[in-house]
Design a protein. Structure first.
Length: 392
């Protein structure tokens, strides 16, 4: 555990790292360095002297190491929505004779919104087919162009078998995109071994790079030079400072760059990734399961009103635990009011992220004791906990 390397407010037990990770303790110093020594003193020279321009790839390689990607196959920048668009547009172009995008009802809605917008603009009769997460494999067929899934369900924590599903999809000639937003830094992932064509994800959850931090995209190295990006941005050009009026893609993963790198956010990400130096994802996963099992056991013993929504088998869930309760929103608000921060997803899901880098058994026991008190004394019924905030 590396709790001392995070800024955690006194009196707070943070169980929401699956939504927004806490700030690395080093982030303030690292960002101040970028503000004062780089932007402040170097001004525009920072692009060269502070090597700002290379950060989308150099930092991406460190993220890639956590998800089993070879060097030079991941790039950072833009938002996750942009990266979904890039991956899906490229994947559809690889299978022009097929019209079906297969996904599941557990996928993050934004991914589906992007898909809807993209196929509407293409006007090539593509359609999205949504199935229950348990039915994905039986719906793989030669009609499917692209399989687009989030590995860990954002509501339930249910986890797809990435390796097995990718292999089965490839037997049908399907291009595979994995959204790793709830996987990177939470569960072991080996993109190289999976042979999936694309992976995308964000850095503000388990990777703790702060709100609005950049997304990443992985493209399998043997196909990347075949891709002509639909978002053909300036920094994806092979020679952006030649100011050629016609787009020519950069070699390799660099072609998946779009806009100007978010340098201040990269500073925060650099601080976070320093915490991960020397961390074994296998050990993180083992510890996550231990703490999750303890959390489930204690909640079910002390708060029988709650029903476990996450898979009972720890091998089938990510690093979060979800319970359902009719008045779950009010319970979460009451918990936050007493320093235990989880979050809520409609209609009745209470989510709790288990991040072993800064959580231990004492945190779990203390959180559940507060939860039990809120239920026994019906604190959640107070009027102030019935008011819906803009972000739930």
């Amino acid at each position: 555990m590396r709790k001392e390397q995070f800024h955690l407010p006194e009196g707070v037990i943070y169980l929401d790292g699956n939504s927004l990770g806490p700030m690395p303790a080093r982030a303030v110093t690292r960002m101040n360095q970028t503000l004062q020594e780089e932007w402040g003193e170097m001004l525009i020279r920072g692009w060269n002297e502070a090597e700002w321009m290379s950060q989308p790839v150099s930092l991406a390689d460190r993220v890639g190491a956590l998800i089993g990607c070879p060097l030079g196959s991941v790039v950072l920048g833009d938002t996750l929505s942009v990266k979904v668009f890039q991956a899906l547009s490229a994947a559809l172009a690889m299978r022009p004779d097929r019209k079906v995008i297969l996904s599941d009802t557990g996928n993050f809605p934004s991914d589906l919104y992007i898909a809807q917008g993209l196929i509407g603009s293409l006007e090539q009769d593509h359609r999205i087919k949504l199935v229950d997460p348990s039915d994905v494999e039986q719906n793989l067929s030669k009609d499917v162009a692209v399989l687009m899934l989030t590995q860990v369900d954002y509501r339930t924590g249910r986890m797809h078998d990435l390796q097995k599903i990718t292999h089965t999809a490839h037997q049908h000639g399907i291009v595979v995109i994995w959204d790793l937003a709830h996987s990177a830094g939470a569960v072991p992932v080996d993109m190289s071994r999976s042979r999936a064509e694309f992976a995308i994800g964000c850095t503000y959850k388990y990777l703790n790079a702060g709100p609005g931090s950049p997304a990443f995209i992985y493209v399998r190295p043997d196909i990347v030079d075949q891709i002509i990006p639909a978002l053909s941005g300036w920094l994806g050009h092979k020679a952006p400072f030649d100011f050629d009026l016609d787009y020519q893609p950069a070699p390799g993963i660099q072609r998946m760059r779009v806009g100007t790198p978010p340098i201040l956010q990269f500073a925060a990400l650099d601080a976070s990734l320093s915490i991960w130096d020397g961390v074994s994802m296998k050990e993180v996963r083992e510890r996550s399961i231990e703490l999750s099992e303890l959390f489930i056991c204690e909640v079910e013993k002390r708060c029988p009103e709650f029903e476990l929504l996450s898979p009972r088998d720890p091998q089938q869930r990510g690093s979060q635990v979800s319970f359902v309760f009719e008045h779950g929103y009010s319970v979460i608000r009451a918990l936050i009011g007493q320093g235990v921060i989880g979050d809520f997803r409609a209609p009745n899901v209470m989510r709790f992220g288990i991040a072993p880098l800064y959580l231990d058994e004492n945190d779990i026991h203390a959180a559940v004791e507060i939860m039990q008190d809120i239920m026994q004394r019906e604190i959640w019924k107070r009027p102030e906990f019935q008011i819906r905030a803009a972000v739930t």
